[in-house]
Design a binder for this molecule. Structure first.
Ligand SMILES: Cc1cc2nc3c(=O)[nH]c(=O)nc-3n(C[C@H](O)[C@H](O)[C@H](O)COP(=O)(O)OP(=O)(O)OC[C@H]3O[C@@H](n4cnc5c(N)ncnc54)[C@H](O)[C@@H]3O)c2cc1C
Length: 485
C-alpha cells in the first residue's frame, strides 16, 4: 500500500465539488470527482424553473479564484449561474478529472482506506473521501393521497418539464417556499391561469433586481476598484445578518419593512391569507424580483390556503371540500435537507454506518467531519451556514481547513477524524446559541432537525472564518494507516 499514490475522491460536481477539485488540483494531489449526472452544476443544473434567480448578490456567488465581471443583474438568473459554473469547470481544466454518470453508492473504510463502489459496478479506492453531494439535492414529494392519479403532466420544481407549453393550461403549484413563490410569480406574469396551494404564508422579500451597467462592469476590471468592492461585500456580509442572531431594534425594523410589502394587497382576505403568523427569518426567505404580491393579485392568479385532501385525475380536492381543476401540477415541495450524501451507504470504523451514527440525531464537527469516519469530509454538511454565509465563501473556509487536516494526516501517515468530545463540545456550543435567534421563532422549516434544533450555523460569518482558522489538532484523532509521507 505504501507505494500507492495518496489519492482523494470527491463525490459531486456542483459548486462544492468543483471548488474542492480546483483546490486539490492546485495542491498537486491525485484525485477524481464522481458525478452521478451528465453535467456539472448540481442545483443550478437541476433547477431550471421559470423565475429562479440567485438570492444573494451575484458577486457573492463567485468562486474566489474566478471573478466574474459580467453578471447581467444584481441577482443573476439561474441560467447565468449555471453558465458561470460550467465556464469555471472548463477554464480551470476540471472536466478531465470528472467521471460523469457515475454515482457512488457505497463507501467503506477498511484497512486504512476508503473502498468505493459506483452504481455501474465500478470500484475505486481513496485515502480521503469527500462528499460534495449537496444539502438540497433529494426532491421531496408530499404524502397526499391520489398523487399518481393526476392525468396531466406533474413534476417536481427540480425537474421542470420544458416540453409543457405555458399557454392554455391551468397550472397548480403546491408549496409556499422560495421555489413556489418564484414559479407562481413567473407563471402569473406570463399570463397563465395559476393556482398556488399554500398551507402557511411566507415572508417574501420584494426586491429590486436592476441590470448591471457597462460602467459597473468596466469598473470591476480595475484591480483597486475590485479590491474595494470585495472589502465592501465582506463588511456587508458580516453586518447584514446580525438581526437574525439577537432580538432588538434591527430585527423589529426588518420585520416592519417586510410587513409593509404586504400593503399593496387590496383584498383584505388575500392579505390575511398571505400574512405570516411567525417571526421573520424563521424560514428561508423567498426573494421576489417581480413583486409576488402584485403577481398574485392578477385576475389569472389564485391563492388557495389549507390542506390538500386528495389529488384526483383532473385537479385537487381541499380538506374543506373545495375542488380546483388543473391541467399541470408542479410540486414546489422542497428537498430532504437532511439526506446529505444518502442514499449512499457509508460505513466507518467498526462497521458503523452513517444511518446508525445519525439515527438519533444529526450532528457533525463544523459541518465537515464526523467521529468514527476517518478521512471522510463533507462540504456544507450538517450545521454548515446554509442561511447566513454565501455558499462559495463558506466553502472557502471549510476547504481551507480540510486541506490543512489532509496535510497533517499525510505527514503523520494517518487518517483523521474529530474526537467524540470535540464534536460534543461543538454541538453544545451551537445548541446554546439558538435561543434568541430567528430560527426558533415557532415555525416549521426545512432546517429543523429531528429534535427541533435547526441544523445550521447560528453565528455570523466572521465566526465561521475564525472557527475554521482556529481548529486545533487536539480536536482530532489521528489513526495510523500508512508510512508518513
Ligand atoms: C432551487 C434552489 C435555489 C437555490 N438558491 C440559492 C441561492 O440563491 N443562493 C445560495 O446561496 N444557495 C442557493 N441554493 C442552495 C444551493 O444548493 C447551494 O448554493 C449550492 O449550489 C450547493 O452546491 P453543492 O455542490 O454543495 O450541492 P449541489 O449543487 O446539490 O451538487 C451536488 C452534486 O452532487 C451530485 N451527487 C449527489 N450524490 C452523488 C453521488 N452519490 N455520487 C456522485 N454524485 C453525486 C449531484 O448530482 C450534484 O451534481 C439553492 C438551492 C435550490 C434547490
Amino acid at each position: 500500500m505504501a507505494d500507492r499514490k495518496f489519492r482523494v475522491v470527491v463525490a459531486g460536481a456542483g459548486v462544492s465539488g468543483l471548488f474542492m477539485a480546483e483546490t486539490l488540483k492546485r495542491a498537486g494531489l491525485d484525485f477524481a470527482v464522481y458525478e452521478k449526472a451528465a453535467e456539472v452544476g448540481g442545483t443550478w443544473r437541476d433547477n431550471t424553473f421559470p423565475g429562479l434567480f440567485v438570492d444573494v448578490l451575484s458577486r457573492q456567488y463567485e468562486f474566489p479564484f474566478q471573478p466574474n465581471y459580467d453578471w447581467s443583474r444584481k441577482y443573476a438568473p439561474a441560467s447565468e449561474i449555471w453558465a458561470y459554473i460550467k465556464k469555471v469547470a472548463h477554464d480551470r481544466g476540471l472536466r478531465k478529472f470528472i467521471r460523469f454518470n457515475e454515482e457512488i453508492v457505497r463507501a467503506r473504510f477498511t484497512d486504512g482506506i476508503w473502498h468505493l463502489d459506483t452504481a455501474k459496478g465500478n470500484r475505486d479506492v481513496a485515502d480521503v473521501f469527500i462528499c460534495a453531494t449537496g444539502f438540497l439535492h433529494k426532491p421531496l414529494f408530499p404524502d397526499i393521497a391520489g398523487r399518481e392519479s393526476f392525468a396531466g403532466p406533474a413534476f417536481h420544481s427540480a425537474h421542470w418539464d420544458h416540453g409543457v407549453p405555458y399557454d392554455g393550461k391551468r397550472w397548480g403549484v403546491i408549496g409556499s417556499g422560495a421555489s413556489g413563490v418564484q414559479i407562481t410569480e413567473a407563471l402569473a406574469w406570463a399570463g397563465c391561469e395559476v393556482t398556488q396551494f399554500i398551507r402557511r404564508a411566507q415572508w417574501v422579500h420584494i426586491r429590486e433586481n436592476p441590470h448591471s451597467t457597462w460602467k459597473e462592469r468596466l469598473k470591476l476590471r480595475l484591480p483597486f476598484a475590485y479590491r474595494r468592492e470585495q472589502r465592501r461585500l465582506w463588511q456587508f456580509i458580516n453586518e447584514f445578518d446580525r438581526w437574525r442572531l439577537e432580538p432588538g431594534a434591527a430585527r423589529d425594523a426588518m420585520e416592519e419593512e417586510y410587513r409593509s410589502y404586504l400593503d399593496c394587497i387590496k383584498d383584505p382576505e388575500l392579505k390575511r391569507k398571505l400574512t405570516p403568523d411567525y417571526n421573520l427569518g424563521c424560514t428561508r426567505i423567498p426573494k421576489s424580483d417581480k413583486n409576488y404580491y402584485a403577481a398574485v393579485q392578477l385576475p389569472n392568479a389564485h391563492i388557495v390556503k389549507g390542506e390538500i385532501a386528495t389529488i384526483v385525475p383532473d385537479g385537487v380536492v381541499m380538506a374543506d371540500g373545495t375542488e380546483v381543476d388543473l391541467d399541470v401540477l408542479v410540486y414546489a415541495t422542497g428537498f430532504d435537507a437532511h439526506a446529505y450524501m444518502r442514499p449512499m451507504q457509508v460505513t466507518g470504523l467498526n462497521g458503523t454506518t452513517i444511518d446508525e451514527a445519525w439515527r438519533e440525531k444529526i450532528y457533525s464537527y463544523g459541518g465537515i467531519a464526523l467521529p468514527g469516519f476517518p478521512n471522510l469530509f463533507m462540504l456544507y454538511g450538517p450545521f454548515a451556514p446554509v442561511n447566513n454565509v454565501p455558499v462559495p465563501l463558506g466553502l472557502d473556509q471549510e476547504i481551507g481547513c480540510i486541506m490543512r487536516l489532509i496535510a497533517e494526516a499525510r505527514a503523520r501517515g494517518a487518517a483523521v477524524a474529530p474526537t467524540v468530545e470535540a464534536t460534543e463540545k461543538f454541538m453544545a456550543r451551537l445548541g446554546a446559541a439558538f435561543p434568541g435567534t430567528v430560527w426558533v421563532g415557532g415555525c416549521k422549516n426545512w432546517y429543523t432537525g429531528d429534535e427541533g434544533v435547526p441544523v445550521l450555523w447560528p453565528f455570523p460569518q466572521s465566526e465561521h472564518k475564525a472557527f475554521f482558522e482556529g481548529v486545533p489538532a487536539e480536536d482530532f484523532r489521528f489513526i495510523p494507516t500508512r508510512p508518513p509521507d
